[in-house]
Design a protein around this ligand. Sequence first.
Ligand code: NIG
Ligand code: FE
Length: 441
Amino acid sequence: MSVKLFRNCRIYTPSDKGCPAGGRAQSQIASFPRGALLVKNGLIARVGEEVKILAEITFLTIDQEIDCQSRCLVPGFVDPHTHICFAETRESEFEMRIEGTPYLEILKQGGGILSSVKAIDAATEDELYKNCLKHALTALSFGATTLEIKSGYGLDTQNELKMLRAIDRVSRTTPQDVVATFLGAHAIPPYYKENSDAFIDLIIDEMLPAVNRQNIAKQCDIFCEKGVFTINQGRRLLQAAKKLGMDVKIHADEVHDLGGAGLAVELGAISADHLLAASDENIVKMAKAGVVANLLPATAYSLRKPYARARKMIESDLPVALATDCNPGSSFTESMPFVIGLAILNMDMSPAEALTAATLNAAYAIGMAKSTGSLDKNKQADFLLLDGESPAILAYHAGVSPVVQTNAGQLPALQTHAWRDHVERKAVPLKGGVNGYPKMK
Ligand code: NIG
Ligand code: FE
């Protein structure tokens, strides 16, 4: 048995009550100005006031004691929506966008997602793996200890499976936990332009069963949008995915209010994502149905669109999660601190609400709350130290990562800032002391 004690830290964490935290519960986080965290075999054994914990454990043998020097300790961030498995960036399209060409217009002209599809077709699985791992490790350096990664730049069986295999390799290599999502319905391939129903048939009849046979994705997603897939097509595909036992989610109401949020309610989706244009009516329905609103403010920032109405959602008791949406088109950032900063300063979320959104609710949005997302007993000891007094530092110290750097031991490429105790159970061990902190005893 390994027992570690992290002491002298300011602890902030949401509490897991068995469901995502909406409404007032979203801002209710536990805090211990001088806290301690006891970890047994990589799992959280006790969190609370340092004096109390020290009094309780006088007879316990502690293998390692770490003085956190009054830093802020929070659960590891969960990034529940990314497209980091891609082959090439799209900088020239970014320039077109800032000069005024709309995002969906670039897609209509055969660019956008479709240019990423060409690049994926030309790339080997190994190249994809390396590129995806690079972005995953950048995300880790900004505190994302759990990640969702979507396919969706393949758009045919072979290339979708190639992406999912690359994602699977990343999940086995990186210290992070990774949840893979099949997004075969991300755009309409040119060949199916006039008959997108036939493409949905192909996904249902060929791609989904192949993905299911290989047990290579836990969730299924679709981009419902004007000029992309309709709500009826979304319903057909996601019902088929549910029959195979997959969790379903939707890129919903990103640019236009097509009713994607309503479809998420109808299907019992685990989350509806984007929601920039979601209606009041569907916000209320989502809250009643327990669908997490997965908001992606870095996309609104990059597309220069009005942000999703987080306040309205929270006031409607709808649990809000936050994600980067990291992708080469609409949001090229791996930084959860940046996203949290946007949520606090541009969406009027409080630091406590944003912390819950980026940890507990994000974990629920990808079915990972049993093991992560809060510092509750028996969850993984998956946490970060921030170089600040409270989670407000994430917005206040803008444009940098306040996640304290830790020593990644033999893995210089990792340059990890995340401090994960349970990482030892993964294939790649993190070793050594912590920069700026006393060596673990
Ligand atoms: O979530 N909206 C669709 N999919 C991504 C963008 C993907 C891309 O442009 O490459 C999104 O914004
Ligand atoms: Fe997306």
